[in-house]
Write a protein that binds this ligand. Structure first.
Ligand SMILES: NC(=O)c1ccc[n+]([C@@H]2O[C@H](COP(=O)([O-])OP(=O)(O)OC[C@H]3O[C@@H](n4cnc5c(N)ncnc54)[C@H](OP(=O)(O)O)[C@@H]3O)[C@@H](O)[C@H]2O)c1
Length: 333
C-alpha cells in the first residue's frame, strides 16, 4: 500500500467535497491511501502530519468552530511535507490569484498539483506545465472543464493516440439551465435568472456565466492543453446568453431546434475557431442536453465523434474529477 500526503488549499464547496469523498472511502483506493495533512481556508490552517480526522474537520468547518492554527496558505505550501497539493480557491480570470502563486510555489518544490481553478490554467498553462516538468511534478486540472465530465482523462487514456480535430460543447450549467427553462416553460430571461440565483444555480453576480466568460475560459484551457495553442481570453470571440429572447427560442423550436450556449475550439491554421456563442442545435442532437448538464462533442481522427455528458459542477461531482487526477498522480509515483 502506498501512502501519499495531501494538502488542500481552499475549504469551500469543492474542498469540502474532496474531504467528504476521502472520508467516505477511508481515503483508500486499491493500493493507494491518501493522508490529508493540511487544509487551509482564507482564515488559517488545520494541520496534522499523521493525518487529519476528516469527519471531525468537516463537522467543525460546517459548525463554524474549526480549530485553525495561525498559518497562511502560502506558508503551508512552502513548509509542510506533502506529495499532492489540491488547489481549490476561487477563480480570478484576470490575475489567476491567489491560486497561481500557490500552484507555482508547490510545483517549484517538486510537488504535484491538482486544481479545479480555471484562472491559473487559462492564464499560465504553459509556464505551469514547464515548472512541473522541470521539477518532476505533475500538474492536472480535469475539474476545470466540465466538472465531473471527463475530457482530459478521456484524451489521456481511452483516446490516447488520437488526433483531436475539433471540440465543441456546453460547458456552463448555469446558462444551460436558464436556456432550458426559458424554452420549456416559456419564461423570460430575467425571471429564470432570479430563480436560478435563489436556487444557488447562478452566482449573486452571474456576469461570468451569462456573458460567456466562464465558457470562454474553458475554451482557452482546451485550446492550450489539447491543441497546444498559446491563446488567452481576448482571443475567444465571446457572446453570452443575455440577449437570447423568448421569441428566438420559440422560432427555433418551430424548426425543431433549441438554442444552446456553445463553446468551440478548432485549431486549423487560418481557419482557427475559438468562439462562444448561442447557437441553434437540433432537438435530437446529443448536445441538446437539458438543465444544468454539460456536454462535449470531441471529434477525433481514429475514433470519430465521441460525446460525453455529465454534471459540470457540484461539490461531490467536482471532487470526483479531482480524485481521478490524484489517483493518476499516485499511479505515476
Ligand atoms: N463549485 C463547483 O461546483 C466548481 C466546479 C468546477 C470548478 N470550480 C472551481 O473550483 C474552485 C473552488 O470552488 P468552490 O465552489 O469550492 O469555491 P468556494 O466555495 O468559494 O470556496 C473557496 C475556498 O477558498 C478559500 N479561500 C478564498 N481565498 C483564499 C486565499 N486567499 N487563500 C486560501 N484560501 C482562500 C475560501 O475560504 P473561506 O472558507 O474562509 O471563505 C473557501 O474555503 C473555484 O476556482 C471554482 O471556479 C468549482
Amino acid at each position: 500500500m502506498k501512502t501519499l500526503k495531501v494538502a488542500i488549499i481552499g475549504f469551500g464547496s469543492v474542498g469540502k467535497g474532496v474531504l467528504k469523498v476521502l472520508a467516505g472511502s477511508s481515503s483508500t483506493y486499491d493500493d493507494v491511501k491518501f493522508k490529508v495533512v493540511a487544509i487551509t481556508d482564507s482564515r488559517g490552517a488545520v494541520l496534522d502530519d499523521n493525518g487529519l480526522d476528516l469527519e471531525q474537520v468537516l463537522k467543525q468547518k460546517n459548525n463554524g468552530d474549526l480549530k485553525r492554527v495561525d498559518k497562511k496558505s502560502l506558508d503551508v505550501i512552502r513548509d509542510c511535507d506533502y506529495d499532492i497539493l489540491v488547489e481549490v480557491t476561487p477563480t480570478d480570470a484576470r490575475t489567476g490569484e491567489p491560486g497561481l502563486t500557490y500552484i507555482a510555489e508547490a510545483l517549484k518544490r517538486g510537488k504535484s498539483v491538482v486544481t479545479s481553478n480555471k484562472g491559473p490554467v487559462a492564464l499560465k498553462y504553459k509556464e505551469l506545465c514547464e515548472l512541473a516538468k522541470k521539477n518532476n511534478g505533475l500538474f492536472l486540472f480535469e475539474a476545470t472543464v466540465g466538472g465531473a465530465m471527463p475530457v482530459f482523462n478521456l484524451l489521456r487514456m481511452p483516446l490516447a493516440g488520437n488526433k483531436v480535430t475539433n471540440i465543441m460543447g456546453i460547458f456552463n450549467g448555469t446558462c444551460n439551465y436558464i436556456l432550458t427553462r426559458m424554452a420549456n416553460e416559456d419564461l423570460p430571461y430575467d425571471m429564470v435568472l432570479s430563480e436560478a440565483k435563489e436556487l444557488g444555480i447562478a452566482e449573486a453576480d452571474p456576469t461570468y456565466d451569462v456573458e460567456g466568460i466562464d465558457t470562454a475560459l474553458k475554451i482557452v484551457i482546451l485550446a492550450n492543453a489539447v491543441f497546444g495553442m498559446d491563446v488567452s481570453l481576448k482571443d475567444v470571440d465571446t457572446v453570452g446568453i443575455s440577449s437570447v429572447s423568448l421569441e428566438a427560442l420559440k422560432l427555433a423550436s418551430q424548426s425543431g431546434m433549441v438554442i444552446k450556449l456553445i463553446g468551440e475550439v478548432h485549431p486549423n491554421g487560418e481557419e482557427r475557431v475559438l468562439k462562444v456563442s448561442p447557437r441553434l442545435v437540433p432537438k435530437n442532437h446529443p448536445l441538446a442536453v437539458q438543465g444544468t448538464l454539460n456536454a462535449a462533442l470531441i471529434q477525433t481522427k481514429l475514433a470519430g465523434d465521441i460525446f460525453v455528458v455529465g454534471k459540470g459542477a457540484g461539490s461531490i461531482e467536482t471532487a470526483s474529477a479531482i480524485l481521478s487526477d490524484m489517483l493518476y498522480i499516485a499511479s505515476r509515483k
